[in-house]
Design a protein around this ligand. Sequence first.
Ligand code: C2E
Ligand code: MG
Ligand code: MG
Length: 632
Amino acid sequence: MSSSSSQVSKGNILIVDDTPANLELLNTILTRAGYDVCVAVDGTTGLEGARYGQPDLILLDIMMPGMNGYDVCRHLKKDDTTRHIPVIFISALDDALDKVRAFTVGGTDYISKPFQFKEVLARVQNQLTIRDLQQQLRDRNARLQQEIHDRTVAEAEVRQLNEQLEQRVAQRTAELESANRKLEREILERKRAQEQLMYMALHDALTGLPNRVLLMEQLDKALELTRTSPTYKFAVLFIDCDRFKVVNDSLGHLAGDRLLSLISHRLELCLRPVDTLFRLGGDEFTILLDNIDSIDDAIATAETIQAQLMSPFHVDGHEVFIGASIGIVLGTAAYERSEHVLRDADAAMYCAKDLGKGRYRVFDTGMHVRAVNFLQLETDLRRALEREEFRVHYQPIVDLRSGKIAGFEALVRWLHPERGLVSPVRFIPAAEETGLIVPIGAWVLRQACSQLHEWHQRFPHARHLTIAVNISVKQFAQTDLLEQIDLILEETKLNGKFLKLEITESTIVGNYKAAKAILEELRNRRIQLSIDDFGTGYSSLSHLHRLPVDMLKIDRSFVDPIDDDSDEREIVQAIVTLAHSLNMTVIAEGVETAVHVAQLRTLGCEFGQGYYFSKPLDCEGCTETIANNPQW
Ligand code: C2E
Ligand code: MG
Ligand code: MG
């Protein structure tokens, strides 16, 4: 195989022919025409040349020794690397049958010998053009295929993106819907919470009754009505439970709460449908009586309420009696502000309380004075402490068996610069409320201890006398109570065994553990302990027997009626028996008659205190009594 080249090639042409002359001739023609030419002299070499040279066109002789042109062409067309190369057969044989055969085996054209130069060039050129066109077609086809492929891929991508988008939209919609639902729920909850807050702001949590805020609102409306319709009247009842504090202190707050609910139910029974019951707080209730004819309607309601509250309540297995003091005020156009209506109802209630418990009072203008006075009291009490206006009086406590004085109870008084001697019942409640009882009580204790020590020093026959001092709940609750007592005993030089402290049942109950610890500390100092006003609280007997208490002081209310064969006599008997069984002694308060003394002696009561023996005496009076009785 040989090749010749020219500078600008129009294409590579492989000539396969066994006749050297033919090869020579065709080579010359084609080289001149600008083709690169390779030649092969037999079929086998030709096939190889085609495979490795990859010519643009093959001129293939048919009649060759060994493998003829048809076979060569068949091989070419079978081989993937050569199948595309156009083949032009060259032959001297010029009959139709051979030509057909030539096309059948894959030839593309046919040139007859002897060669016409122009024909050879034209056919070669033709085939190359066809080949080029075919190539272009194939390229375009390939591009189209690629394009179709690209488009299909792009479409698939678009479809996938679309699907993803739809999914995202669906997901987002679901999220939004859920967020929406959550928001709606939250709004609903917030609305509910707000309603609840609103309700709580306007109602009392314990009883569910409307509270002060609602009362003021309704009072405003009622006052408005008095202005627009001259015949309209309303009334306000201010109700304060008389013995609630005792129950609360002695049975505990839970029992107190239950009792308040029970009271509110009973009060509701006394109302007409147009009336409203409010709880102001603590044991205070108010009723707004709407559209009444006269004050008599309000009085009738107050009486109904007091009748309703007469029968006992049952709380935690206890039978509890509760009275109520009621202040009544008539609402008319004369009132400018609702606060004033309430203020006057409150003042009337306090006057009712002053009359004794379980009363009602209709407001009159004189009552203002009292309300203002009460406010003044706190200021006055502070000043009284500063100016040392308090005094201690001493009431003898008598041993009923021997008739001799065993000691005294120290009772505070207020020597008011204008009002004279003021009873403790007038100012102790206010002192308790304001906490002033703490310094006042400490002052009394110091005074009493110091006084007794002085008597002990001065009168040898009085060295056995003891002094009883009242200690209020507030004083008892001080953390440094023991230190205070120690200091006072040290400073006044009084031996603790001559001191008796009087506490009430409410000090212990509900506060049992702490109370017990303090009482034990007091006993360690040999200070004696009495329970004052015994029988009026609700102390638990099961607790009582474990407390280091030395004495029970029977309340005056049980002692006074023991003349006859009353229930009280049995109560006193029961208390005495109880006290003795607990190794305690008994003092009777309010001993006023010889009959009292006789009865108490028969009942086994050891001590007595009361006007029958002596009223509380001032310091001088008491010193005189001691001096005059050297036989003690
Ligand atoms: P209390 O401790 O039960 O004292 C007995 C009260 O009964 C005294 O009233 C006394 O004067 C009065 N009394 C004594 N014998 C009779 C009698 O035969 N008939 C009548 N009707 N009454 C009698 P007072 O002095 O007015 O004291 C009243 C209450 O004030 C005391 O009751 C006590 O609870 C309290 N109190 C008095 N002084 C003090 C004190 O220094 N501290 C504390 N925390 N409370 C005190
Ligand atoms: Mg007392
Ligand atoms: Mg008492």
